[in-house]
Design a protein around this ligand. Structure first.
Ligand code: SF4
Length: 423
């Protein structure tokens, strides 16, 4: 099906149809759905799980395609088959980055899979900021974009504080309780307000930090494990077999850096390309300003975090600098230079153990993750790096055994350090 044949999401559909969103990042996507709903859409983040997702993904998508496409398309098909939805009153939404990677083509794979599975009449909405595809019933204007970005900023903070608190909570379940309260509160708040003003955003961020800071914690010292990688398998519990939960069960603290950095990297890459290869000067300036605008609330977050035990967020210009000795900024297919920079950011912040999540079929991230291990280890000899492959047919046991090895190394290094310090 070429784009001219696609099913259009009309203005009438906006009122009646439920937009299904694949689950990628639990802390963020619920807020993104609440954001869409506050703009008059009816949307829902998929919560279906299970073996049928990989089965359907592999059945309707060529199996040499990147793993995120197989999971996302499989999750949509599984939801449509479930009987939970009126399949004549749903639309699907998927991002289209417009970059050099296959992620821009997932939408075409999805439409083709829908057609083969007998759902060719379901409209698919492209979520993109570059006007690649449009629909009369869905408009990503500045107001919506602004609230989506604010929600991602909040999602990043919730995820980070959750990960830094859960392993140490004295009263079991307290971190989940605070997190669930905030998710529900924000969803209710969003219903009543289309806009989040700057002062309102600041107030949310301040209260979130205060609430997590008040959770009573033990004085245990646990090994810290960073997670970086291709964006879907980095955050998606479905794509990475619940990696964060597994590491927490193994007695570790998890550090997963936020999605805002990925947005900044994407905007910065557009501006970089225009400078290097030509394009409209005004567009370049707009993307440069977007970087500043999107990053701005994090400065406030850092002020809030400064007097607490929580890790601060690295300024984007400093994050960029970390990649400079190793990779050019033109390396921005997939996660590109950002992935290497994030590994170094973690190491420099004291998180020496880093897992890179690597989906099957993802050449670009193989180069900037595992491909950089030797170089990074030469510069940072204490780094304990490991790459975990994610494939729909990969054995979970094999993945967990590899992860346990990384955890074992992390624990043994930590014990040595602790012994040294008590000498
Ligand atoms: S980053 Fe990797 S997984 Fe994502 S579209 Fe590109 S090749 Fe596929």
């Amino acid at each position: 099906m070429n784009s001219e044949d696609r099913v259009i999401f009309t203005e009438e559909m906006k009122k009646e149809y439920t937009i299904l969103i694949p689950q990628m990042a639990p802390f963020h996507f619920e807020l993104l759905s609440s954001t869409l709903n506050s703009f008059g859409y009816k949307s829902e983040v998929l919560a279906n799980n299970g073996k049928d997702i990989a089965y359907l993904g592999n059945k309707y998508v060529h199996n040499d395609t990147c793993v995120p496409a197989i999971y996302v398309i499989g999750q949509f098909l599984d939801a449509l088959n479930s009987g939970k939805y009126d399949v004549h009153k749903v639309a699907l939404i998927i991002t289209q980055t417009g970059g050099g990677c296959r992620a821009s083509n997932y939408i075409h794979l999805l439409r083709s899979a829908l057609k083969k599975a007998g759902y060719g009449y379901i409209p698919v909405i492209s979520l993109n900021a570059s006007n690649i595809e449009s629909n009369p019933g869905f408009k990503l204007d500045f107001k919506l974009l602004k609230k989506l970005v604010q929600s991602i900023t909040i999602g990043d903070l919730l995820m980070s504080l959750y990960n830094q608190t859960l392993p140490y909570e004295v009263k079991k379940g307290e971190t989940d309780r605070v997190t669930d309260w905030w998710m529900q509160y924000l969803s209710d708040e969003y219903k009543n307000n289309v806009k989040i003003s700057s002062s309102q955003l600041k107030s949310y961020l301040k209260d979130i930090v205060n609430d997590f800071n008040q959770i009573e914690i033990t004085n245990e010292i646990k090994p810290k494990i960073g997670i970086v990688g291709e964006i879907y398998v980095k955050y998606s519990p479905l794509g990475n077999n619940n990696l964060e939960a597994f590491l927490i069960n193994e007695g570790c603290e998890v550090r997963t850096l936020g999605i805002v950095d990925f947005l900044l990297y994407t905007f910065e890459s557009v501006a970089y390309d225009i400078k290097q290869y030509g394009g409209k000067y005004l567009t370049r300036i707009i993307f440069k300003l977007l970087v500043k605008y999107v990053e701005h609330p994090r400065k406030y977050v850092n002020k809030l975090l400064a007097p607490t035990r929580f890790a601060h967020v690295l300024e984007f210009k400093n994050l960029k600098r970390l990649a400079q000795p190793y990779l050019g900024y033109g390396v921005h297919v997939g996660e590109g230079w950002l992935l290497t920079a994030e590994i170094i950011e973690l190491i420099k912040s004291g998180v020496n153990n880093v897992i890179t999540t690597q989906p099957f079929g993802c050449l670009p991230n193989h180069i900037v993750a595992k491909g950089m291990f030797k170089t990074i280890k030469e510069a940072y000899p204490s780094a304990n790096l490991g790459s975990i492959d994610y494939d729909t047919s990969a054995s979970k046991i094999n993945q967990e055994n590899r992860i346990k090895l990384i955890v074992m190394n992390a624990k043994s290094k930590l014990n040595k350090e602790l012994k040294k310090n008590t000498k």
